[in-house]
Design a binder for this molecule. Structure first.
Ligand SMILES: [Zn+2]
Length: 366
């Protein structure tokens, strides 16, 4: 993959490529923008452009992706390119100060071994150990001329204000859902699933790609939509089981993420975290996505009633069976309730209670 092939990030990648082409590479960059839009991938591709052995002066500044340097960077084993990331993907995990010292502070003044540049990618920069960010800050004062520091964050406000002011800021944005859908189709995804995942992604391309490559995500989506389709027939006794099933889908996603050594909220997968039991926190982390799928069902009920386009085109006939004035009213109320539950879960509400009361309302609401 090349830097200019990043979906929906033409502005950001043009700035970076022009910097290389004109020989005006900054010492420090802050890649900022929403989660899962490709910032981490961009940092890796930028490092390839900076150190590619096949780039010659005067050319358009494209990395080849094949030379020794490009391949080493892709494997994250280039001696001059360091990726400083938390050791696992849990929210509490930070980049320890010892790593910042050993791999950055002590290293930054040594000349590159094989590359043109020494590149340090600190990702996410907002998750460095409390004092570590100040060591980074110090290095930003007088970086050696062959050094490029790339700080990646989706919450720039949580960095000390002096950090952004010492970096060239590169803004990444959400991609258009059409662009995401087109890209998913190139991954040989079923067209209806591609359309649905693109819309569920809200333009977060890295999320969409990861979802498309994880069969359990596609399966969870189908299970949740099937659950929605059958919800009305369940009656109140079935609603508790429905709550249980929603939680089960989230647990399945969390378990698969642990087994794959990645986390749904991280941009890139990092080193494996083994097969630790799936804790409640991991389930809680997957639930907002599950609730988004359920919201998409009710949005589709509204859209189907008004002849709008569907988020889940493959469920057109199931939706058609429910459409009607009552269904529209029910859908509006359901969306409100689901979003309130989503917020409550993110604020640490009791999972079982929140899901049970939601399911009771979704089943019973008429
Ligand atoms: Zn190369």
């Amino acid at each position: 993959m090349l830097l200019d092939q990043l979906i929906g990030q033409e502005r950001a990648t043009t700035v970076l490529r022009n910097a290389i082409r004109r020989g005006r590479v900054a010492h420090a960059y802050l890649f900022r923008g929403p989660e899962s839009v490709g910032k981490s991938t961009a940092a890796l591709l930028f490092a390839q452009y900076l150190n590619c052995e096949a780039i010659r002066a005067g050319e358009d500044g494209r990395a080849c992706g094949r030379c020794r340097s490009c391949r080493l960077i892709e494997k994250r084993s280039h001696p001059d390119v360091r990726f400083l990331t938390p050791s696992d993907d849990s929210d509490q995990s930070v980049i320890p100060i010892e790593r910042i010292r050993e791999e950055f502070v002590y290293d930054v003044n040594l000349r590159p071994v094989i590359g043109r540049y020494k590149i340090y990618v600190i990702d996410p920069a907002d998750r460095t150990a409390p004092l570590a960010i100040h060591t980074v800050l110090k290095a930003l004062e007088e970086p050696p001329r062959y050094t490029v520091i790339v700080l990646v964050t989706s919450v720039p406000a949580s960095l000390p204000p002096t950090i952004p002011s010492r970096c060239q800021q590169i803004a990444f944005q959400l991609a258009g859902t059409d662009a995401v859908e087109q890209h998913l189709l190139t991954l040989a995804l079923d067209p209806a699933e591609a359309a649905s995942l693109a819309r569920l992604s809200g333009g977060r391309i890295a999320w969409a790609i990861r979802a498309a490559q994880r069969p359990e995500v596609l399966a969870a989506r189908r299970n949740l939509l099937d659950l929605c389709a059958g919800l009305k027939e369940r009656g109140l006794p079935g609603s508790l089981r429905a709550a249980e099933e929603i939680k089960l889908q989230a647990a399945g996603l969390a378990r698969a993420a642990v087994e794959a050594g990645s986390d749904s909220s991280a941009e890139e997968d990092t080193s494996g975290v083994g097969t630790a039991a799936v804790g409640e926190r991991a389930v809680r982390g997957e639930l907002p996505w599950c609730l988004d799928v359920i919201v998409s069902w009710y949005r589709d009920l509204l859209a189907a009633g008004q002849g709008g386009s569907l988020l889940n085109p493959d469920y057109k006939s199931a939706l058609g069976q429910e459409v009607g004035t009552a269904a529209c009213r029910r859908a509006e109320r359901a969306i409100e309730r689901i979003l309130a539950t989503r917020r409550a879960i993110q604020r640490n509400a009791n999972l079982d209670l929140a899901l049970e009361s939601l399911a009771i309302e979704l089943v019973g609401g008429e």
